[in-house]
Design a protein around this ligand. Structure first.
Ligand SMILES: NC(=O)c1ccc[n+]([C@@H]2O[C@H](COP(=O)([O-])OP(=O)(O)OC[C@H]3O[C@@H](n4cnc5c(N)ncnc54)[C@H](OP(=O)(O)O)[C@@H]3O)[C@@H](O)[C@H]2O)c1
Length: 272
């Protein structure tokens, strides 16, 4: 029978992503006393969260501690140095979760030994509880561990499990890096508005609220994106005129195809 460990959630690295996950866990009702944060110097804000919720904070992994979930949220470039001292927190029932971009399960196994492991790719809207996460579990992860990890990742938004580890590189290209594409869209729209004669700051406010509002509409509406687009596109109208440019054969779709392919290639290169 599969079982989830009752050991603590040990969070290694409470920076942007780890801190967002920690806040989400506490808000969703995970007891502070069941969390151990390992970070040499969390921000004042995270320290306040830690202290208010009765979370244990240590600057390095304590000896004798066995994690239920070992959650790795440090930068990929420090991962190699971080892993050896945390290896001792892995017991037979521990599930390891890594959110580090480009760090493969075989890299993690190389440093931690064989264990139940999940590779997850969240995105930055996790900081406002509106992220989306792609996740891949190795065959050692039990159904109960997967459920436990799902509920920990779910606090920052929906969790989509993918069937192969290679899919994580495509997830990275789409949703992991995706928020930056949308922010750039805001910049492009604002610049185009400025070129039409609007004050730059007004153009930016209009572009920003348009993208934020459209995102919220998409979030709340049961309709898919193409239906919402058609709803605001009257035949022969202004939106149709703009879309005839954006949807031309050589316009946005091939550009996005190229951009995401470049992101995936980079993710593959980083994985070495
Ligand atoms: N941010 C994103 O959009 C995003 C999206 C998906 C995945 N990720 C992944 O999330 C991971 C963390 O990214 P981030 O943006 O949250 O980075 P970050 O803000 O730099 O957070 C990392 C935290 O780990 C701490 N740390 C450094 N060395 C440590 C050690 N030996 N033991 C324990 N903690 C240590 C850092 O402390 P110092 O600041 O003192 O060094 C910092 O508080 C990365 O692997 C990234 O690929 C991030």
């Amino acid at each position: 029978m599969s079982s989830a460990s009752s050991g603590p959630v040990v969070l290694i690295g409470a920076g942007n992503m780890g801190g967002a996950m920690l806040s989400g866990w506490l808000k969703s009702g995970v007891a502070g006393s069941s969390i151990v944060v390992v970070d040499p110097g969390p921000s004042d804000q995270i320290m306040k969260t830690i202290n208010d919720a009765g979370v244990t904070h240590v600057t390095s992994a304590p000896a004798g501690l066995t994690a239920g979930v070992l959650f790795l949220a440090v930068k990929p470039q420090v991962m190699e140095a971080v892993l050896p001292p945390v290896k001792g927190t892995i017991g037979p029932e521990t599930v390891v979760v890594s959110v580090a971009a480009g760090k493969t399960l075989s890299f993690l196994e190389g440093h931690l030994g064989e264990a139940a492991m999940v590779r997850a790719m969240p995105n930055t809207p996790a900081m406002v509880g509106r992220g989306v996460t792609g996740a891949f579990a190795n065959t050692r992860v039990t159904a109960a561990q997967r459920e436990q990890v799902h509920s920990l990742l779910r606090v920052s938004g929906p969790v989509e499990w993918v069937p192969t580890e290679a899919d994580i590189d495509a997830v990275t290209a789409l949703s992991g890096s995706g928020p930056a594409y949308v922010f750039y869209l805001v910049e492009c729209m604002a610049e185009a508005g400025r070129k039409l004669g609007l004050q730059a700051d007004l153009a930016m406010r209009l572009a920003r609220e348009t993208v934020a509002g459209a995102g919220e509409l998409l979030h709340q509406s049961p309709d898919d994106a193409s239906r919402l687009r058609q709803n605001v596109t009257s035949p022969g109208g202004t939106t149709a005129a703009a879309l005839s440019v954006l949807m031309a054969e050589d316009a946005m779709q091939p550009l996005f195809d190229k951009a995401l392919a470049a992101a995936r290639k980079r993710a593959e290169e980083l994985a070495g």
